[in-house]
Design a protein around this ligand. Structure first.
Ligand code: AMP
Length: 216
């Protein structure tokens, strides 16, 4: 089954897709994490996207679409996938519909106030990319990832100016995709406002229902 996790920065796409990957045995493919891993490793891709990501802008459609297309062609994605952070523009959504159409788009709905609260306290693992929050989702040991023991850090694009820019891009370029997916009949709205465990309980049940109905 092929799921797109959709929503504003801080809506919980990464957290929910990571849980769904374990629950449903599907690969979690995060374009943001692919870019961050490339930046950490200092690859040509990482050097190319660093400035635009740190300023809160969007990487070009051409580059991002090519990357996702290649990734979805890998063997582990043959049975399905969980896309997180892609598509973010109409061109990306149209490209995906052409080369590997989604079954469902999980739209995690959150208020602006919640987005700002989540992003301002977010901590991310340098090792595995897992997200935490200083008060809403703290790790067992401060500064250390519960999953892999890696060091937690503040993302370069979680500063105030970058967050403002990311939200502007979201409302201008990404939020309009809701209508695109409504028209395709694949949009599934989920209340993403609560704590991660609460959102996940409702989401897992919803996803099980969607999978069962699609397979019936
Ligand atoms: P994320 O981890 O999804 O918040 O992504 C972090 C940053 O990576 C974004 O703010 C963009 O700069 C870049 N990025 C991730 N996915 C995309 C995409 N689909 N299109 C363009 N830029 C992206």
């Amino acid at each position: 089954m092929k799921f797109v996790f959709f929503g504003a920065p801080g809506a919980g796409k990464g957290t929910m897709a990571a849980r769904a990957a374990v629950a449903f045995g599907l690969p979690h493919i995060s374009t943001g994490e692919i870019f961050r891993a490339a930046m950490r490793a200092g690859t040509p891709l990482g050097l190319r996207v660093k400035a635009v990501i740190e300023s809160g802008g969007l990487v070009s459609d051409e580059l991002t679409i090519g990357l996702v297309r290649e990734r979805l062609g890998e063997a582990d994605a043959a049975r399905g996938w969980l896309l997180d952070g892609f598509p973010r523009t109409l061109a990306q959504a149209e490209a995906l519909a052409g080369f590997c159409p989604e079954d469902f788009v999980i739209d995690l709905e959150v208020s602006d106030a919640k987005v700002v609260e989540r992003l301002s306290g977010r901590r991310m693992c340098r090792g595995c990319g897992r997200s935490f929050h200083v008060s809403l989702m703290p790790p067992a040991e401060e500064g250390v990832c519960d999953g892999c023991g890696g060091e937690l850090y503040v993302r370069d694009d979680d500063g105030e100016a970058s967050v403002r820019s990311r939200l502007e891009h979201y409302y201008r370029q990404t939020a309009p995709l809701v209508d695109f997916y409504k028209r395709r009949g694949t949009l599934v709205s989920v209340d993403g406002e609560g704590r991660a465990d609460e959102v996940w309980v409702a989401l897992e049940e919803r996803m099980r229902g969607l999978i069962a109905s699609a397979e019936a």
